[in-house]
Write a protein that binds this ligand. Structure first.
Ligand SMILES: [Zn+2]
Length: 696
């Protein structure tokens, strides 16, 4: 689920370069240049590095360590990263390419650019102009701060929230245009719970030491930022406590992340009149108008209980607290683009949250912002330089092979009745495929960009993106539009569109390499593709039909059989721990991703076998059979080092299990893996039949 209430699942949670206002469109970034020399030049066969292994560890006991132990022993976590591995290495290679592009464009960008390239160049140049950023201070926010200071009624609070939403800043809850879950061809107004500064509602409510420490760091961050705005220390401390009290009330009314995995729990489409009676202090027609949305007659109020609580708080909470809450969220969401004292406080909090030790260099932060706010401008230039039509064709071939393999699986799946099977096959063959880059790039002609100060460009770009989203309300969904930018090292499935997306950023080594053997490409990119396809059939995705509508197409018996099998996966992941012996993965939170990994590997392996059958059997490489290389490719993709804080936060907020368990979990369920490595019953990598999860 994204914040506007539309279900959407990604392969991996994007790394967060900037604190708190991170969005799924942010690019990850990395420390120094870590782009490896070409592997062939190092005498290593493309795709896999045998030296990454720890061969003293038996593959049937701990395959993650067997595959990555050498790399883990030889790698230090770079101080600019809370988590680091093959994804970040690839992001870093992409960064080098993007850096060259924006540097070149920035050098020639005019003062008032008209072309997309000119605008991207000026945008990046203004971000890099740190002295102008320091001089601008909070100047561009002063007008909004003054208006917030004048809030004198609960009606003013609501109007301010609407205005902030209209300019791309969020407060109190989320708002946007999104596909109607039950009429997926139309965009409807959609609002959902939100308004928190900490990354999860549980952090306000839990009493363990991690949550307590985090609340302390957050209070400090809040107070320090208010002091930068001119508040006296004692007053800032007490204001911070009152803002956190308000947010705690919002947190208490919020659904948990696990509760939010149920699409029906997030779908409450109401007429505006019905929404008004749910929240008597918010008149929704006026609210939408004030946010700049077109006239409409209905809205999805994602979580009614939360909005009833908001309505009570509008009356119960003193206006002074509301003014401080709004002021804080305005500045919090701009902090990363303000002068260095604001940036530093923001980073200090990020550091407490994730354990990251150093900020990334400015150019990387500027690249991320450009990718976030002008993603199709940077994507267009990136694709021209890195992605050929031939690469796109090869990726599409692979997708078709995976679809054929899943088609096969669906035809032979023993636990599913023919009635459900027919629907599942229909859904599979209706998949939309987005590969490499969009056919139509976003038009930036109405976005005004200049050479600075940077915050002005950011505010205009945020308003531009928000306007674009809101104006869709009441109109047909634009199915061809991309929700990820082309350089993104990630992939996704969107249940409302029933489509899969593989940006150019991930269609390269170690995921996909035209010079590597099939084993490596199917164990890497093939499994990624299978993963996204399986999302269409995971515990969330299976609730949407071929047309992307939330509709139950399962026979009750098949649904029960699915749930029993999924329950085994949830229980399996619940038992996995991180950092210590009590902090564990939340198997109900990661269920969709775990099912997708399991199904993705199963289908990719079947497709790989079909590819092998088409020609002469390849020779072993480095003493490894093709089947062994397939599983090694998957495991090496997940090599990763993380701070303890990162892992603790990950199991709270991330629907993806930590990297180690994305290797150990699915492989220990797969007989194909056990066969490839000659594992025996009783080995740690072989789950007993009674516990073995098999779904797709
Ligand atoms: Zn996923």
């Amino acid at each position: 689920m994204n914040d506007a209430g539309a279900a959407r699942v990604a392969y991996k949670t994007p790394h967060r370069g900037f604190p708190l206002t991170a969005t799924p469109r942010l690019l990850a970034a990395l420390v120094a240049c870590l782009a490896p020399a070409p592997l062939v030049a190092q005498g290593i066969h493309p795709g896999l590095n045998p030296a990454n292994r720890d061969t003293t560890c038996a593959p049937c006991q701990d395959f993650y360590r067997y595959a990555n132990g050498g790399w883990l022993a030889g790698t230090t976590l770079p101080p600019e990263y809370a988590s680091y591995g093959s994804f970040t290495e690839l992001v870093e290679r992409n960064n080098e390419t993007l850096h060259r592009i924006v540097d070149r464009l920035a050098a020639v960008a005019p003062a008032t650019p008209q072309t997309t390239d000119g605008k991207l160049g000026a945008f990046y140049a203004s971000c890099m102009d740190s002295s102008a950023v320091e001089q601008a201070g909070t100047g561009p926010l002063q007008e909004e701060l003054r208006r917030i200071g004048g809030v004198a009624s609960s009606g003013d609070v609501v109007r301010t929230v609407a205005r902030l939403h209209g300019s791309g800043r969020e407060a109190l809850f989320n708002l946007g245009g999104a596909p109607d879950f039950k009429n997926s061809v139309m965009t409807i107004a959609s609002t959902s719970q939100g308004g928190l500064g900490l990354p999860d509602r549980d952090y306000y409510l839990r009493s363990d030491s991690t949550a307590t420490a985090l609340r302390g760091a957050y209070l400090h961050y809040l107070s320090a930022t208010l002091q930068l705005l001119g508040d006296r220390p004692a007053a800032a401390d007490s204001t911070a406590a009152r803002v956190v009290a308000l947010e705690t009330a919002l947190a208490r009314a919020s659904l948990t992340r696990v509760e939010r995995r149920d699409p029906n729990a997030n779908y409450h489409k109401l007429s505006l009149a019905a929404a008004d009676s749910l929240t008597p202090h918010v008149a929704w027609a006026a609210f939408l108008r004030d946010a700049g949305a077109p006239k409409t007659d209905a809205i999805n109020v994602g979580q009614p209980r939360f909005f009833r609580a908001v309505d009570s708080l509008l009356v119960a909470v003193p206006l002074a607290d509301w003014r401080d809450y709004l002021r804080w969220h305005l500045v919090r969401q701009s902090a990363q683009w303000l002068s260095s004292p604001f940036v530093n406080e923001s980073f200090r909090f990020q550091s407490a949250l994730t354990g990251v030790k150093e900020q990334q260099p400015r150019w990387k932060r500027c690249l991320q912002t450009a990718n976030f706010l002008m993603g199709d401008a940077i994507g267009q230039a990136y694709v021209q330089e890195t992605f050929t039509p031939d690469a796109r064709r090869r990726a599409l071939d692979m997708v078709e092979n995976l679809i054929a393999a899943l088609d096969d699986r669906l035809h032979t799946l023993e636990w599913m009745s023919d009635a459900t099977r027919a629907q599942a096959l229909g859904k599979l063959h209706a998949f939309g495929k987005k590969i490499g880059y969009p056919d139509k790039w976003r038009d930036y002609s109405k976005l005004s960009v200049d050479r600075g100060p940077f915050i002005g460009n950011v505010l205009r770009a945020q308003a531009f993106a928000t306007h674009r989203n809101l104006e869709r309300i009441g109109k047909p969904v634009e199915r061809d539009e991309w929700r990820m930018t082309a350089p993104t090292v990630n992939a996704s499935y969107n249940p409302s569109l029933n489509d899969i997306t593989f940006p150019a950023g991930i269609l390269q080594p170690p995921f996909f390499d035209a010079t590597a053997d099939d084993a490596v490409n199917y164990g890497g990119m093939g499994a990624v593709i299978g993963h996204e396809m399986t999302h269409g059939f995971d515990d969330q995705g299976r609730q949407f039909d071929a047309a992307g509508n939330l509709r139950d197409w399962w026979t009750p018996e098949d649904a029960e059989r699915f749930k029993t099998r999924a329950g085994l996966v949830a229980k399996q992941f619940d038992s996995y721990t991180v950092v210590d012996s009590v902090t564990h993965v939340n198997g109900r939170l990661t269920l969709g991703e775990d099912i997708a990994d399991l199904g993705g590997l199963k289908v990719a392996y079947a497709a790989f076998q079909r590819a092998l059958a088409r020609g002469a059997r390849p020779h072993d490489i480095d003493g490894l059979s093709p089947e062994q290389r397939f599983f090694l490719a998957w495991a090496q993709i997940w090599r990763s080092k993380s701070t303890d804080q990162y892992l603790r936060n990950q199991v709270t907020v991330d629907p993806h299990a930590p990297a180690r368990w994305r290797v150990m979990g699915p492989l220990s369920n797969l007989p194909e893996f056990a066969r490839a490595f000659h594992c025996q019953e009783g080995n740690a990598m072989v789950r007993p039949d009674s516990l073995r999860a098999q779904i797709w």
